[in-house]
Write a protein that binds this ligand. Structure first.
Ligand code: ZN
Length: 70
């Protein structure tokens, strides 16, 4: 288990209460931190997590670029 230190108190990181700002639209959204870690390519400072709407648009654009349909 991991903790953050806030106002001299240790607070456990609750995986159901982790949020990030979408790097594309700026909306604050929930992040499945355990899934990000399980993917194996995650770091706490460099990983970008898109909101659902931007993630869908990015995947659709990637599929369109390859000529495949979702
Ligand atoms: Zn977004």
């Amino acid at each position: 288990m991991f903790y953050i230190l806030h106002k001299r108190k240790l607070i456990p990181i609750d995986p159901d209460r982790v949020y990030a700002f979408c790097p594309q639209c700026g909306v604050l959204h929930a992040v499945d931190l355990q899934a990000e870690i399980a993917d194996g390519d995650c770091d706490l400072l460099g990983t970008l997590t898109y909101c659902d709407e931007c993630g869908k648009a990015i995947r659709a654009a990637a599929l369109a670029a390859t000529g495949k349909e979702d």
